[in-house]
Design a binder for this molecule. Structure first.
Ligand SMILES: Nc1ncnc2c1ncn2[C@@H]1O[C@H](COP(=O)(O)OP(=O)(O)OP(=O)(O)O)[C@@H](O)[C@H]1O
Ligand SMILES: [Mg+2]
Length: 240
C-alpha cells in the first residue's frame, strides 16, 4: 500500500504538488492521468522516494503504516530497492548494450558476475528480449527500449513498479503490447503498479483505479466506470 497525506512540493514559487492525499491499495494497478505540467512526475518522484516532499507524509507497507518519507542513508536505500522506476525520459545508457543496461542496478547492488548473468537472463525472458541480449540501444525500436527499461526496473525484484509515461510516445499497437506486458508482470509477480499517462484512454483498460491530476491537485479519483459516468457537477473534465 502507498499512502500520501497532505503532500506538497514547491519549485521556487511554483507549487508542483499541492496538499495531495491518496491511498493506493496493495497489488493494484493505479493510474495517474493529467495534462502536461500537471505535476505527475513530481508526484511520482515523491511516491518513489526519489524526492522528499516539502510538507506531508508518505507511507508504505501492507497496512500502510510504515512512514518512509523521513528515512535516510542505508534505510532509505534499502526501501528504494523495493521499488522500480521507469523514467519518463528513458534514462538508459547509450554506451551499454541491452543486457548492460539491465545489469547496471545489479552491479551497483554488488552482485557477482555469475549472479548478474543469471538474473539478466531471467529479466530478458520476462520482457521477451532474449534475442536482443547484446544489441546496442540504437539497434532497438522504441518499444524494445521500453522493454529494456522495464527489465532494469524489475532487476531488484521490487514490490512497487512506477511507470512514468511508459507507453505514451509509442504507436498504438506497441503501446498496447507494453501495457499488456506491464499487466502480465503485475499478475505474475503480484506487484503494486503506478502508471502515469497524459491520456486516460491509453491506460484505462489495465487500471483498477484512476486519479485525475491537474495543477498539482487531485481533480477526481475512481474506477474507470465511475470516471466515465455522467459528471456530478458541471465541472469540465480535463482528461477527456
Ligand atoms: N526539478 C525541477 N525544478 C524546477 N521546476 C520543476 C522541476 N520539476 C518539475 N518542475 C515544474 O513543476 C511542474 C510540474 O512538472 P512535472 O514534470 O511534475 O509535470 P508532469 O505532469 O510530469 O508534466 P509532463 O506531462 O510534461 O511530463 C512544471 O511546471 C515543471 O516545470
Ligand atoms: Mg512528467
Amino acid at each position: 500500500m502507498i499512502i500520501l497525506k497532505g503532500v506538497t512540493k514547491q519549485y521556487g514559487g511554483l507549487a508542483a504538488v499541492q496538499d495531495v492525499s491518496l491511498m493506493i491499495p496493495n497489488e493494484s494497478i493505479y493510474g495517474i492521468v493529467g495534462r502536461r505540467r500537471a505535476g505527475k512526475s513530481t508526484l511520482l518522484s515523491i511516491m518513489s522516494l526519489l524526492e522528499s516532499p516539502d510538507a506531508g507524509e508518505v507511507y508504505y507497507g501492507i497496512n500502510g503504516d510504515e512512514r518512509v518519507d523521513i528515512l535516510c542513508g542505508e534505510r532509505l536505500r534499502m526501501k528504494r530497492r523495493k521499488t522500480g522506476m521507469i523514467f519518463q525520459k528513458g534514462n538508459l545508457f547509450e554506451s551499454r548494450n541491452a543486457s548492460g543496461n539491465i545489469s547496471y542496478p545489479l552491479e551497483v547492488a554488488g552482485m557477482t558476475k555469475k549472479q548478474i548473468a543469471r538474473r539478466v537472463d531471467e529479466l530478458l525472458e520476462i520482457v521477451h528480449l532474449q534475442d536482443k541480449r547484446t544489441a546496442r540501444l540504437r539497434e532497438l525500436s522504441d518499444g524494445q527500449k521500453q522493454r529494456v527499461a522495464i527489465a532494469r526496473a524489475l532487476a531488484g525484484s521490487p514490490e512497487i513498479l512506477f511507470c512514468d509515461e511508459t507507453a505514451s510516445a509509442l504507436d498504438p499497437q506497441t503501446a498496447e503490447s507494453i501495457l499488456e506486458l506491464i499487466r502480465d508482470i503485475h499478475d505474475r509477480f503480484r506487484l503494486t503498479v503506478v502508471l502515469v499517462a497524459h491520456q486516460i484512454g491509453l491506460i484505462q483498460s489495465i487500471c483498477d483505479d484512476i486519479m485525475v491530476f491537474d495543477e498539482g491537485r487531485i481533480v477526481e479519483v475512481g474506477t474507470v466506470q465511475q470516471l466515465f459516468a455522467p459528471p456530478k457537477t458541471s465541472k469540465e473534465r480535463v482528461y477527456a
